[in-house]
Structures are given as C-alpha cells and as structure tokens.
Design a protein around this ligand. Structure first.
Ligand code: SF4
Length: 143
C-alpha cells in the first residue's frame, strides 16, 4: 500500500446551502454538538497523519462545505503539512466544494498549495443551475 488517504470534514456538516437532496438535511439534530475544527485539533491531526510511514499522504477536505473554514484555515493546513511532512513523501490535498464561496481567495489558496508542492483538486458538487440556494430554503451558518 503506497497511498494513505484521510477524509476530513473541518466544518462538520455545516454548509451555506440547503440542497433538497442533501444527506444532512433533516439530520441537524444528530450533529448539534458538532463544532468547527480547532487549530489544536488540526495540528494534532496533520502531525499524526504525516507521522505514519507511507510515501503518499492524501488529505480530502469535504463537508458540509469545507470552504466555510476560510482561507486562513487552509493556509494553516499547508503550513502544517510543510512543518510535519517528511522528506521524500508526497502530500496532496483534494477539496470537495459546492463552489459558491470560491473567489479570489481560492486562487490564492491554490497558488499557495502549489507553491508548497501539493495539489489542489476542486470538484464542484453543487448542481443547481442558478448557483444560489434552492428557493424557499435558507442557508446554514457556521457559528
Ligand atoms: S452543497 Fe452539499 S453539503 Fe451543502 S447543502 Fe448542498 S448537498 Fe448539502
């Protein structure tokens, strides 16, 4: 086994949309105590994961909507990956996002990750034509 993948939901189930087909819709009660990932947990997770002796480490960021965590969070991610990555290993990042919060910040993020030798794969998964929340439904907030 050469690849070791880790799926991370840093914003938990939270999302800025409420798609009517969402897996989490109607299940908010089950995740009521869920909180956004803290800096402390993030560092512990990245350091522990990269300490495992494997040539390829793959982080998959998803949610909910992972970009709700903000650009600084993902800058911290790449900083920690650089800090704890051992020489000779490949560290990659995949971002699964609804794409509605990708702006200039996302381009900065992409450049930032690339400059540290990781790959950013953006896979939009929001499928309505308008790019806005479905009519009659509000947005969930990260609070
Ligand atoms: S974008 Fe994804 S996580 Fe957000 S409400 Fe739609 S299906 Fe759910």
């Amino acid at each position: 086994m050469d690849n070791f993948s880790l799926l991370v939901k840093p914003a938990s189930f939270k999302c800025n949309l409420r798609c009517e087909y969402c897996f989490y819709l109607g299940k908010e009660e089950l995740f009521r105590s869920a909180k956004p990932m803290t800096a402390e947990i993030l560092e512990r997770m990245v350091s522990s994961f990269l300490a495992v002796e494997m040539p390829n480490h793959s982080f998959g960021w998803q949610g909910g909507e992972p970009t709700l965590m903000g650009l600084d969070f993902f800058k911290k991610v790449t900083m920690l990956q650089e800090k704890y990555g051992r020489g000779g290993i490949l560290v990659s990042n995949g971002l699964q996002t609804n794409g509605t919060l990708l702006d200039n910040g996302a381009r900065i993020l992409q450049n930032t990750i690339s400059s540290w030798g990781s790959a950013l794969m953006v896979r939009p998964r929001y499928t309505t034509a308008t790019g806005s929340p479905p009519e009659g439904r509000g947005a969930m907030n990260l609070s």
